[in-house]
Write a protein that binds this ligand. Structure first.
Ligand code: UD1
Length: 348
């Protein structure tokens, strides 16, 4: 049996590997490595428990620090683990520092790399996620692309070999767990009527006082209640910028929630405000409109369908509801994990 190293570290990656991890184990001796980028119980362990992911073989315990330092420390530790385990190939997922560190550590050891969610691109080359994606794709050997536009992006960069339009692994996860969604996200949780679900965490939005204040102010442009499970980064920055006292009256901030609780909140809400790549897709797969508090989205097909509206940092929610969206192209709701495993088995 060949050996696969599966490298993760941040919340969205735990969700994305849930449909893959067990299938991988059928065909490969699978070593799961957690960098420790996300470490709070509600940002990490809860996903392993709830999504039945086997516990990591290695936990590198590398939280926090500047982006460069964190990535550097991860590369150093991953180099030791990969050198010891000598996998036949490594799988990295998405666009976080853990993705880039995994790709670079494997590349330096000449271990072939599969990138899950390859080819996704933003226009802004300075975004941390964009730097991580472009650099990861530049050393990857096999590209699992979630959308036709991500295939086209790689083709534009001259990559054609081992580029697969697999469909979206986020969709697999949702289908895998939809029957387990609890009626209530937490015991006794009282759903406000017609509420909006909001999440935000991106550095360019929440690490900038003006952008963060603008988004929070814009949330008050709806009379509806807005529930926001808060990312630790956003909580820190609200405190650092002293914005607690000026939070909109219709906004309720709650602690981060588990995957199934998030799906429960998604299922019952009116619409979603989110800068998360994963939630933008999950919401629309559930038939909810999404307002994106950013100047752009990487999910062009969703924007074209009318389900997703780019709002920038300042927006008026009363004016944003547009024409009824078109039916979502079935191509965007394709399970990806089987196609990924099939192609993987042909290569390694
Ligand atoms: C990371 C990814 C981002 C992804 C997001 C999902 C990078 C560059 N960014 O951003 O692409 O969309 O994860 O959540 O990799 N923190 C805690 N507890 C935790 C985790 C983080 O308090 O469990 C704190 C960190 O110490 C840090 C801040 O939150 O101060 C940000 O964490 P970091 O890992 O730098 O990136 P994210 O903002 O989570």
């Amino acid at each position: 049996m060949n050996k696969a190293a599966l490298i993760v570290g941040a919340r969205p990656q735990f969700i994305k590997i849930a449909p893959l991890a067990l299938k991988l184990r059928r065909y490969y001796n699978t070593v799961l490595i957690h960098t420790g980028q996300h470490y709070d119980f509600m940002m990490s362990d809860t996903f392993f428990e709830e999504l039945n992911i086997f516990y990591p073989d290695y936990h590198l315990n590398i939280p926090g620090g500047s982006s460069g330092k964190q990535t550097g420390r991860m590369i150093e530790s991953l180099d030791s683990v990969l050198n010891f385990e000598k996998p036949d190939f490594a799988i990295v997922v998405g666009d976080t520092n853990s993705t880039l560190a995994g790709a670079l550590a494997a590349a330096k050891l000449r271990i072939p790399i599969i990138h899950v969610e390859a080819g996704v691109r933003s226009k802004d080359k300075n975004l941390p996620e964009q730097i991580n994606r472009v650099a990861t794709d530049s050393v990857a050997d096999c590209f699992f692309c979630p959308t036709p536009s991500s295939v086209a992006n790689l083709n534009k960069e001259g990559k054609y070999e081992n580029v697969f339009d697999t469909g979206d692994i986020v969709y697999d996860c949702l289908r895998m767990f939809e029957n387990k969604i609890p009626a209530n996200p937490s015991p006794g949780f009282a759903f406000p009527d017609n509420y909006v679900l909001a999440t935000m965490h991106r550095a360019e939005a929440v690490d900038n006082r003006e952008n963060l204040s603008d988004i929070l102010r814009s949330i008050s442009t709806t009379p509806r209640a807005v529930i926001m499970p808060v990312h630790p980064r956003t909580r820190k920055m609200i405190a650092r910028f002293d914005l607690e006292k000026s939070l909109p009256g219709n906004l309720t901030i709650i602690d981060p929630v588990s995957y199934l609780s998030l799906l429960s909140l998604l299922k019952s809400c009116e619409f979603v405000i989110s800068d998360s790549g994963g939630i933008q897709r999950e919401a629309i797969f559930f038939g909810k409109r999404v307002i994106v508090p950013r100047p752009e989205t990487e999910w062009l097909e969703l924007e074209e369908s009318g389900w997703l509206t780019i709002a920038g940092y300042t927006f008026d929610l009363g004016r944003l509801v547009s024409e009824p969206p078109m039916n979502l192209d079935a191509e965007l709701m394709r399970p990806a994990s089987e196609t990924m495993i099939e192609n993987m088995r042909k290569l390694y």
